[in-house]
Design a binder for this molecule. Structure first.
Ligand SMILES: [Zn+2]
Length: 317
């Protein structure tokens, strides 16, 4: 959806409330007291009222807007910008564009949207031919005090910057027909990135169990922590790059790692270690839905309306 259409469709708060209500009705409202599905709409207070037991459900309750005091329109603008811009948007930029006084609620809104994106992607397992590797992403440990960070800076000369290890899984398939002059022998489908608490074999196995279908073929380099992968999937292949090889091993996973790094650095400069998973989720969500076009706005809005239906596959989230 382009900006003109967005402004036409959602010129004011009333238009956004109307759309949000339609989306909720489409997903179905369940009374928390009696489980009833039929409700009256109380327009003046923006609440649904159960036809059976009269329990009221606010328009926001049970959605990711539940704890938010921000106008619906802010959420709509954020969803529009996050789904229509290729590179993404910082909370500071959004705050400036909206003209809101405080940074924190805007930042929090965007984090919630990123979490929703991650949870949606968590519904789909990674499968087929899976290229798997670790990427190391720059992040700041915001849990530490400024003094601690300063003393680390003196010690290591690298500031408080840390490398967060991230497991990157790229689902691919073989090209049909002749390969011709294609640079990569496989076609890219989906990607998932999971922040790792450490680089141990058990951590790797756990992430694979929760994210990759058993029927898959996993391709990795021959790092020693990968020794148990064969127990978790159909086949495990290790690829070594030979001198003079034209094809690089694991091409897609490496493309994704460098694109994600560029995207994070370009928009956010430095992300916190605590929230880096959210930024990676946003990156993957958009890559995985690269052919959705204008539909992406509605898709993310539906995800916001029905977070209870989200099945959290990834237990690291
Ligand atoms: Zn009821």
């Amino acid at each position: 959806m382009n900006l003109i259409k967005f402004i036409e469709d959602f010129p004011d708060e009333t238009a956004c409330v109307k759309k949000f209500k339609e989306m909720r009705e489409q997903e179905g409202i369940t009374c928390r007291k009696c489980g009833g599905q039929d409700h009256y709409w109380q327009k003046s207070i923006l609440q649904f009222q159960c036809k059976r037991c009269s329990t009221r459900t606010t328009l926001r309750s049970g959605t990711i807007l539940q704890a938010s005091k921000l106008p619906y329109r802010y959420w709509f603008i954020a969803i529009h910008l996050m789904t229509s811009t290729k590179k993404g948007f910082s909370a500071l930029e959004l705050q400036r564009q909206i003209g809101h006084k405080y940074y924190e609620p805007i930042w929090f809104m965007m984090q919630k949207l990123r979490q929703t994106m991650g949870a949606r992607d968590g519904n789909y397992p990674i499968n087929k031919i899976v290229e798997l590797d670790e990427g190391f992403f720059e992040s700041v440990d915001t849990e530490k005090s400024t003094d601690e960070r300063k003393s680390e800076k003196r010690k290591r000369g690298r500031g408080s910057q840390k490398q967060s290890p991230v497991m990157v899984m790229a689902s691919t398939v073989h090209h049909f027909g002749t390969v011709g002059k294609r640079k990569k022998p496989t076609k890219f489908r989906f990607v998932r990135m999971v922040v790792m608490k450490d680089l141990k074999g058990t951590t790797i196995d756990n992430i694979i169990d929760h994210n990759v279908d058993y029927d898959s073929v996993i391709k990795t380099d021959n790092y020693s922590s990968y020794t148990n992968i064969k127990d978790h999937v159909w086949t495990h292949l290790t690829e070594k790059s030979q001198p003079g090889d034209e094809e690089k091993p694991l091409p897609w996973v490496h493309t994704m790692i460098s694109n994600a790094k560029r995207s994070l650095l370009g928009v956010h400069h430095m992300v916190s270690k605590k929230y880096i998973q959210n930024y990676l989720d946003e990156f993957c969500y958009k890559v995985n839905r690269r052919y959705f076009g204008e539909k992406l706005f509605d898709r993310l809005l539906i995800a916001c309306v029905s977070p209870c239906k989200i099945n959290y596959v990834n237990h690291y989230r």
